[in-house]
Design a protein around this ligand. Structure first.
Ligand code: FAD
Length: 306
């Protein structure tokens, strides 16, 4: 089921047709407050009342026209203005291929620099998502270059990749922001841990390595991008055993997923940030969310019928 949904995520024919169907639009509402930035910002303001921060991402990846990347960058600059004006504890998370990475790396770099500069003016960070493994090395190298001139940037790394332990070691000296996730793409078996238990064990080991760096006095902004509350609990136990505060790391979850747990963790004193996605280009992203939990397919079907 997971493989089929991930195949569907990458299928252009379906991507062009499925999103036009009203029932698909209705089902996606569970993971998205709306298609425009205004809906996302309003949802972020609601989270803020509870003390939960927000992250915003406009859906869209693998652009094929570089002019579209210019528009995306301009859009995010506008969203950052809104975040400041509304006094939201909000940050932006971008995919490099949404800023033109497939087409023109230098232009992508100029856009990412402009976004990071604006984020810094507002006292915020800019997050860079991690895409499929064809982009891993190039994205990390891009991050290293961006980080050299913009201290306020964070990068997503995926625990299902065997290479990630080395990548964490490589990045730690840079005082990075690292959002650790399990990983959402269909990848070759040679480069990934396939068993869930192995991915979880690697996630924990990588989290502990980052906490050790913090305990040793290093500057690392650690974000756990997971809904696996058991795993978060284990990381929290390790942090406590090292004498670190609950705020030594933050927890980032997706809008609409385990909302009850987001509130609980926030009440217990952890830093929680909700990633709110919006935009018309939701199809591949939504299919990856379904793949993460096949029970969501039943939920989607019920939404379509009911
Ligand atoms: C803030 C954030 C940013 C991310 N950025 C990236 C990125 O840049 N690159 C990337 O490859 N991946 C990214 N991901 C996705 C990530 O890789 C996983 O695919 C996703 O988080 C599901 O795995 P999990 O860690 O929640 O653990 P799982 O073991 O998959 O899930 C743990 C439990 O959480 C619940 N759950 C998980 N997912 C869902 C869902 N979709 N619907 C309902 N319940 C669910 C279930 O109860 C499940 O039992 C991001 C995830 C988050 C939260």
């Amino acid at each position: 089921m997971r493989r089929m949904l991930l195949w569907m995520a990458g299928n252009r024919w379906l991507r062009d047709r499925l999103p036009k169907l009203w029932f698909a639009r209705r089902a996606v509402r569970r993971f998205m407050p709306g298609e425009d930035a205004e809906s996302a910002l309003r949802a972020g303001a609601q989270f803020q009342i509870e003390g939960i921060g927000s992250l915003y991402t406009r859906l869209g990846e693998n652009l094929v026209r570089i002019e579209d990347a210019d528009e995306v960058a301009a859009h995010y600059l506008g969203v950052m203005d809104e975040i400041r004006e509304r006094r939201l504890d909000g940050e932006i998370s971008v995919k490099l291929t949404q800023l033109g990475f497939d087409l023109d790396v230098e232009r992508t770099f100029a856009h990412a620099s402009a976004l990071a500069t604006k984020a810094a003016e507002n006292g915020r960070s800019l997050w860079v998502d991690m895409e499929g493994s064809a982009y891993t090395e190039a994205t990390i190298a891009f991050y290293e270059r961006l980080k050299a001139s913009h201290p306020n940037v964070g990068l997503c790394l995926q625990a299902y990749l065997r290479r990630t332990a080395a990548d964490v070691r490589r990045l730690l000296p840079l005082q990075p922001g690292i959002r650790l996730v399990k990983g959402a793409y269909a990848e070759p078996t040679e480069i990934t841990y396939q068993a869930r238990a192995e991915v979880n064990a690697n996630f924990l080991a990588l989290s502990v390595a980052m906490l050790e760096a913090v305990r040793a006095g290093g500057q690392v902004r650690i974000a756990l991008g997971t809904h696996d509350v058991g795993l978060i609990g284990q990381v929290a136990e390790h942090a406590a055993a090292m004498g670190l505060r609950k705020t030594a790391f933050e927890i980032q979850m997706l809008y609409g997923v385990r909302s009850d747990q987001q509130s609980r963790l926030n009440r217990e004193g952890f830093i929680v940030r909700d990633l709110i996605a919006y935009g018309e280009a939701w199809y591949p992203w939504y299919m990856r969310r379904l793949a993460e939990r096949p029970a969501n397919v039943l939920f989607a079907l019920r939404q379509m019928i009911g």
